[in-house]
Design a protein. Structure first.
Length: 278
């Protein structure tokens, strides 16, 4: 569907990356939804497969779907193949089931509102290191032990922020996904250089794939994020002892929650069911 007049509209991914070849994914006609993804975003992102394209398309709708070649939607694709500059179609996995566009993106600070169409890059609204609590101090100490440095910029740990994968203010997300309202487990964060500790900017997010966390830049106009696109770090590189539970690794559900927000904003390019209060 086209964005409602009372919904936020965003600059889409293909306009925020250098002009280049893109693939296009269309959806059933009743949605009037079509997305474009730069091929380099996929090629350089660590998962250069049609399976990744299908995963991104699935984030945009409610109801299970599958990716097809638009010229032959009845034939299954080899999802391990490399995406091409072509027109694909995302169709319901079960005939007769209709898609509904996914609600969102919602603000990282409030479940009831969408992010603004213009995000001020100078507006730091993440938790500030100066506002330390005992929980935050313990959280930071455990991240220093596990990570030691920012895994993407390689800034030394003492110069990094103890960043939450999902802002601590969103206790509703922690409760829904993980059943806890106390967001200070080591698995709920990572060390980040201060410039990267800005999840409300929707400039980048982490995509988890086969034991590695990949940095994906959604706004190539941010020079630092653009240079880091595709960089990754592995669970095997973290200082998690055999005695520690696997839950000490960055939680993949929280990573996916934030990644989906970026996809809804930057790949779809507009909000759904998040009407602006006029």
């Amino acid at each position: 569907m086209a964005p409602d007049a009372n919904e936020e509209v965003y600059v889409p991914l293909w306009r925020l990356w250098p002009r280049q070849e893109c693939l296009t994914v269309s959806f059933p006609d009743e949605l009037a939804l079509q997305i474009k993804i730069p091929l380099d975003f996929i090629r350089l992102g660590g998962d250069n497969t049609l399976r990744f394209v299908q995963e991104v398309a699935q984030m945009l709708v409610e109801g299970e779907g599958v990716l097809r070649d638009s010229a032959n939607i009845d034939e299954a694709l080899d999802l391990e193949k490399e995406p091409k500059e072509a027109l694909y179609r995302f169709v319901p996995a079960n005939p007769g089931v209709a898609f509904k566009e996914a609600r969102g993106p919602e603000s990282v600070h409030s479940p009831g509102s969408a992010p603004p169409g213009y995000v001020d890059l100078d507006d730091q609204t993440e938790s500030e290191p100066s506002r330390q609590t005992d929980d935050q101090s313990n959280f930071r100490e455990r991240l220093l032990i596990r990570d030691g440095f920012c895994p993407f910029s390689f800034k030394r740990g003492e110069n990094c922020d103890a960043a939450h994968l999902v802002p601590a203010a969103r206790t509703d997300v922690y409760e829904k996904l993980l059943g806890t309202a106390a967001p200070y487990e080591v698995a709920f964060g990572l060390l980040l250089s201060p410039n990267l500790h800005r999840s409300d900017r929707y400039v980048w997010s982490m995509h988890y794939q086969n034991g590695r966390y990949f940095f994906h830049c959604f706004d190539y106009m941010d020079d630092e994020a653009a240079q880091l696109h595709g960089k990754s770090y592995a669970r095997a590189d973290m200082r998690v002892s055999k005695e520690d539970d696997e839950s000490d690794y960055p939680d993949t559900e929280l990573c996916r929650w934030h990644y989906r927000l970026c996809v809804l904003m930057r790949v779809r390019g507009y909000a759904v069911d998040m009407a602006i209060n006029l």
